[in-house]
Design a protein around this ligand. Sequence first.
Ligand code: LFR
Length: 495
Amino acid sequence: ADMTRFLAFDLGASSGRGVVGTLEQDHLRIQELHRFPNGPVTIPGNMHWDVLRLFSEMTEALILYAQKYGKTLNGIGIDTWGVDFALLAKDGGLLGNPHHYRDPRTDGMVEKASELVDRKAIFDATGIQFMQLNTLIQVFSMVEHHSPLLDMAETLLMMPSLFQYFLTGRKVNEFTDVTTSQMYNPRTGTWAYDLLQQLHIPTDMLSAEIVTPGTIVGDLLPHLTMMTGLSKVPVIASASHDTASAVAAVPAHGEDWAYLSSGTWSLLGLEIPEPIITDDCLRYNLTNEGGVGGTYRFLKNIAGLWLVQESKRLWERESGPLSYADLAQLAQMAKPFIAVLEPNDSVFLNPPNVPQAIIQFCKDTGQQAPETRGEIVRCVLESLALKYRNVLEKMEDLRGKPVEVLHIVGGGVQNTLLCQFTANATGKQVIAGPIEATAIGNIMMQAIATGDIASIAEGRDLVKRSFDVLMYEPQDVDQWDEAYQRSRAILDKAW
Ligand code: LFR
């Protein structure tokens, strides 16, 4: 009999890939089919994503699939990073190049928006943390800059839904990614129309239906089946926000766990049944993003391994290729606890030179600064781990119940030093894996849509059986606790 196979497109800020998931008896096997780079393209004035090139890489993956596995494919799903979006004209044409979330067009715009509607009201209407990169703030900046695109826009599609539209011709948005926009009201289950009107944001463009994760959206368009050699394939809105897919694939049971989706960003949080929209959440800038199966992802964005990725990029420009393994080794050998960073300080959002910004931050906060590459990377990893404790404590407090284990999933699982530091700093047992949680969660939601997997709980059991994890027990707890107490003032700086 034919195997049941799904193709997950998982697009992150630094790379995208097509991953094939094969359902075997009681087991899920995944294989990377195609990987391609992604990154910002800066042209005068603005920073964009090259969405057409990304889409041509995706069609290339479909061709590779047909060559390798034949014409039968049971589903295609797409997940991408959150918040970014495209605008379509009334003829369906793409209006401009979608912007990168680090585009400086949103500088100062959170403050401007909150002059019109105060922060409490914005939070109350959306349950979403304030970040200048949020869709709400991006669209508000277009209003402020009198962007002509807004007059022409008939449809706003979130990034994963744009690619889904390119594959199927159907315009729908998907719930998990829509909630990242800070334009959606989880209480009414619709766009936050009142808030948007108060910010002069046109709402006619919010015309696409919002579907739940695990909805079959349509079939691959005929020109694409012809071009790729595939037969009819259903395209499925999986959990299209990458973090939602990653959380869907956490191999956990019960309620006593937290997750850390570790990659370019560190997304740390809890899966909860209802959003928590209170003054404390607002104060600590915590967020309630939509999850799978009617859950919410109560979490916080922490600037993650992006700080290491960026440092690596700069050092490579200076002196040639470096591997993450080299950097990990240097960090391992470097002196511990030289300084601590607040990874979420706005100086780290998009500095031209990350190592320089790190050194400057230390000087500005009256600390000794790390000097060598090893010291800088170690300082970042220690600071992330300490920030995790800081955030986790707040969340446990607000939910009113401690967690027992912390599941780390995503590419950051490969950073074993960070995994160990995380156990040390939080005092929790860490279960690390799977690395490919995002693609796996994407595949899992497709298999739920087609009826091949019965439920999310069953999917998580399948993940548990199919992929290995590594355990980390806390070490040097006293030393880490001391470091934490010393750095409280800095870690509390930027909620
Ligand atoms: C992670 C992520 C985060 C989102 C950030 C920006 O890849 O999707 O969840 O806040 O990227 O889109």
